[in-house]
Ligand binder design. Sequence first.
Ligand SMILES: Cc1cc2nc3c(=O)[nH]c(=O)nc-3n(C[C@H](O)[C@H](O)[C@H](O)COP(=O)(O)OP(=O)(O)OC[C@H]3O[C@@H](n4cnc5c(N)ncnc54)[C@H](O)[C@@H]3O)c2cc1C
Length: 397
Amino acid sequence: MTNSQPTICILGGGFGGLYTALRLSQLPWEHQQPLIYLVDQNDHFLFAPLLYELVTGELQAWEIAPPYSELLAHTNVRFVQSAVQQIDPQQQQVTLADQVLAYDRLVLALGGETPLQQVPGSADYALPFRTVKDAYRLEERLRVLETSEATKIRVAVVGAGPSGVELACKLADRLGDRGRIRLIERNGEILKSAPTFNQTAAQKALEKRQVWIDLDTSVQSLQAQEMTLRFKEQTDTLPVDLVLWTVGTAIADPIRTLPLPQNDLGQLLTEPTLQVQTSPHLFALGDLAHCPEQEGQPLPRTAQVAIQQADCVGWNLWASLTQRPLLPFHYTHLGEMLTLGEDSAALSGLGVQLEGPLAFMARRLIYLYRMPTLDHQLKIGVNWMVKPLLSALANHE
Ligand SMILES: Cc1cc2nc3c(=O)[nH]c(=O)nc-3n(C[C@H](O)[C@H](O)[C@H](O)COP(=O)(O)OP(=O)(O)OC[C@H]3O[C@@H](n4cnc5c(N)ncnc54)[C@H](O)[C@@H]3O)c2cc1C
């Protein structure tokens, strides 16, 4: 250790990193209180499952992307806004854009990126949808199209996993009769690994909104206002105003270049305790980690997994610095939820299956409960209760 007060450095302030920091700040350190740094390139956390609600204006950025300064105000966690450039496990230090941090324990939670190099033209003509900045870029493009003379707005959403389906429904609701939404999927079905109930509800929601679904179809290339698709042996070039890319998750450079055990996807291999294999002072969680499979299945890359892992990493950091035994991580699958347009959703889990407005309410309540701090829960909870009352009053006048 570098001094009597150990330093824990957490890289990435998403579901994995922020929730680990919050967990650490609740643990009984007594006389061994460590210095805890949380590093993120942005000044705000993002509750990504609610990002789609920015497209329809159902929610605002402050509700789903609160600043770290607010979330960490009542903790002893020091927030550093900076981009991680390099990690040196030998020297136990991290190079940020503007400083170098030494650590005794390091938590790797930088998540993933949307790979935009998958077909010719995708980096230039497709938009990712992963961050608040992406949502703002989409908003700008939609405003330009909505204020143009065009009678139809043609949007292609690439990938019919949860992100593609949810985005297609929200876009269809936002654009109404003017929208021509195409959902393009390489496989023969949408939401390949979702529960059948959610799959069926999503299919109905897409049909109701007249979203055109191209199955067994891959994007060959993108050009300005055109895309080339391949269906079976046939290739077609179609006009398009906007392409959204939701396929794939890539691991960021500072992780991929680390001399540590990784799988084919570039995820770091961990022990059951979420310590990186061969490096007990490093912990990895969330989208960039591959922890030993449970029941033969790799864990999904979801917020649900990252939040549960954060609890375990927080505990194990504390245990490793206070000479206690570390615990193995066990994942409990609680279910899956989808937003399917404005005021509607589908949910299956723990023996419950719901769709429509009831599922919408349940999804909101579950996400409210999952928000990182009680202060933020109260702030948005009150807003979510008051908003419908105010709009009912306004409609009444
Ligand atoms: C649009 C969308 C919807 C989703 N919906 C759901 C859902 O409904 N349910 C569900 O369970 N999961 C959902 N997910 C997946 C879920 O958000 C991820 O699995 C989860 O966020 C992974 O947590 P993480 O901590 O690994 O990464 P993240 O939460 O992505 O956090 C990574 C953090 O690292 C920071 N970072 C990255 N690189 C650097 C760098 N070089 N320097 C400094 N900081 C950096 C980022 O700014 C970010 O804050 C969704 C994801 C998206 C994009």
